[in-house]
Design a protein around this ligand. Sequence first.
Ligand SMILES: Nc1ncnc2c1ncn2[C@@H]1O[C@H](COP(=O)(O)OP(=O)(O)OP(=O)(O)O)[C@@H](O)[C@H]1O
Ligand SMILES: Cc1cn([C@H]2C[C@H](O)[C@@H](COP(=O)(O)O)O2)c(=O)[nH]c1=O
Length: 201
Amino acid sequence: MAGLFVTLDGPGGAGKSTLLRLVAEHLAASGHPVLATRQPSDRQLGQIARHHTATFTGTALACLVAADRFHHLAAEIQPALNADQLVICDRYVPSSYVLQNLDGVPLEYVRQLNAPALRPALAVLVTAPAAVLEQRLADRGAHSRFEHPGSSAAEADRYAGLADVLVEDGFPPHWVDTGDVPPQVAARTIADHVSALWSRR
Ligand SMILES: Nc1ncnc2c1ncn2[C@@H]1O[C@H](COP(=O)(O)OP(=O)(O)OP(=O)(O)O)[C@@H](O)[C@H]1O
Ligand SMILES: Cc1cn([C@H]2C[C@H](O)[C@@H](COP(=O)(O)O)O2)c(=O)[nH]c1=O
């Protein structure tokens, strides 16, 4: 397979969406063919998953998110990679390991459900101290029922606790702490790393 697949995961408020935009801008400005995308995707299943987390819970949400993921891979991500593009995705399988497990779904079930999903060349794990995450979410507002007071610390702890599982499953985490790093600086660091991988691919 050609191209390069990069994913961004991490707790709410860590800065994934901000970094997706900035990293894609840096890479595009230096001539890389970039597709910036996200999960849940902006396709039909993804919109249901993203906008109805109050309705769908547990196993139903885990399966809905996974169905959207497999369709997104087949319809958008794989074709872009086959066309030698650099694909960056805001949230991927590691988010399911954390969020669906926090939602009561056994981790082993989530791992099996997502076992066929393509593994990225680089799995960035964006994080920040819990107090910083809480403040950012309080300032920005919550995106879903997963974000409430105290959720950031629980999510960040869960990602850290899953480090060995992520390595074992093909998502060795490349940690980026945005706690006291301006978004432009964090984005430049990630873009430089991706650019190096791109030239070695
Ligand atoms: N490095 C940073 N330093 C300071 N503030 C930041 C940084 N990165 C993002 N922010 C701010 O924090 C808030 C959350 O950022 P963003 O929406 O990118 O996070 P996210 O990880 O995508 O969150 P979610 O998972 O909830 O969508 C935004 O208001 C954003 O402007
Ligand atoms: C990838 C993924 C997403 N979700 C849910 C969690 C949130 O409700 C949205 C994502 O919104 P955000 O602005 O990126 O935080 O989708 C999920 O439950 N499981 C997943 O794997």
